[in-house]
Design a protein around this ligand. Structure first.
Ligand SMILES: NC(=O)c1ccc[n+]([C@@H]2O[C@H](COP(=O)([O-])OP(=O)(O)OC[C@H]3O[C@@H](n4cnc5c(N)ncnc54)[C@H](O)[C@@H]3O)[C@@H](O)[C@H]2O)c1
Length: 284
């Protein structure tokens, strides 16, 4: 793996951070040999050096159309004729920055969740001009490196994961805005409730197992409840500044900004424990 970042020193810093995380992975028995992995990561002087002989490129620059457009023109100039490119774009559809590049049939969205080394899902979203061969090869590559690809059949703004998360967040903000519940109790409802099952199964399998007759039975029993929720939320509320300030105050009382990095490392270690437990039971 060859890393390149346009800010001098950023890629070297990333490599150090990866080293720290690899040490944690050793501690949790998720890898054995940190040194051989570190030895396979280098920091490139420039984009051309990073992409020389690359089989696959993961573009992860700012979430801005102008930045991605300019970068894709540069990538196009230096990659080989068979190199494939995935973009980490979180919601900008790839046609917005690949329409006019020559390699566009070899580009698709490959949107990882955070942190991708512990949360394996990756959304593969083709543009109208992405070749089926590109989609097939990137999918195979992701499987080989331990990611879990999901594929959309066609281009969609914001993809799947953020759409699902968006619906949940919209309701979470609204419940806090209405003064019905604290931000901490919303978090508890997921961490000690819904999220426990979501660690290994999705919403459809969850409801299929939550009624004696399966998903159709669940829909019959609880359909009216969900229809009533949908009707009560017919308007699209935005996250306004007052509400954001309120939740920010609640969160900062629990965790000061200066401790976010420490807590992120804590999150990753929890995910490592979970990964270990999942690895033991994955094929069950
Ligand atoms: N942070 C997340 O949780 C997350 C999850 C999934 C996808 N993404 C997506 O990944 C991309 C990057 O997100 P991030 O959170 O890492 O952003 P970030 O701002 O932390 O990092 C972006 C990096 O790209 C570098 N950069 C900008 N322009 C560049 C260029 N032309 N060439 C080389 N390097 C360049 C910047 O110097 C910076 O270090 C975005 O598209 C984002 O939406 C982020």
């Amino acid at each position: 793996v060859s890393l390149f970042d346009s800010v001098a020193g950023a890629a070297a810093k990333a490599r150090d951070l990866i080293g720290d995380r690899l040490s944690d992975l050793v501690e949790y028995d998720l890898i054995e040999d940190k040194a051989s992995i570190t030895a396979r990561i280098d920091v490139a002087e420039d984009l051309a050096a990073a992409l020389k002989d690359a089989i696959y490129v993961q573009e992860s620059a700012f979430e801005r159309v102008d930045v991605k457009q300019a970068l894709f023109f540069d990538i196009d100039k230096v990659i080989g004729k068979d190199t494939l490119v995935g973009s980490s774009s979180s919601g900008i559809p790839s046609p917005a920055f690949t329409e006019h590049v020559a390699c566009r049939d070899r580009v698709l969205i490959a949107h990882q969740d955070n942190p991708p080394y512990l949360v394996p899902v990756v959304e593969l979203v083709p543009a109208p001009w992405t070749s089926p061969d590109t989609a097939r090869k990137v999918r195979a590559l992701m499987v080989r490196v331990g990611q879990k690809p999901v594929e959309t059949t066609r281009e969609i703004e914001d993809f799947i994961l953020n759409r699902l998360q968006g619906v949940l967040l919209m309701e979470a903000w609204k419940l806090v805005a209405d003064g019905l519940v604290s931000a901490a109790d919303v978090d508890r409802t997921i961490a000690d409730g819904l999220g426990l099952r979501w660690g290994f199964m999705g919403p459809f399998e969850t409801i299929d197992l939550n009624a004696p007759g399966g998903v159709a039975d669940y829909a019959r029993r609880l359909g009216p409840l969900y229809q009533s929720i949908a009707a009560s939320r017919a308007t699209h509320d935005v996250w306004d500044d007052t509400l954001i300030a309120d939740v920010e105050r609640q969160r900062r009382a629990i965790l000061p900004v200066g401790k976010l990095g420490e807590r992120t490392a804590w999150r990753d270690r929890r995910l490592m424990k979970l990964a270990k437990a999942r690895a033991m039971s994955l094929d069950e």
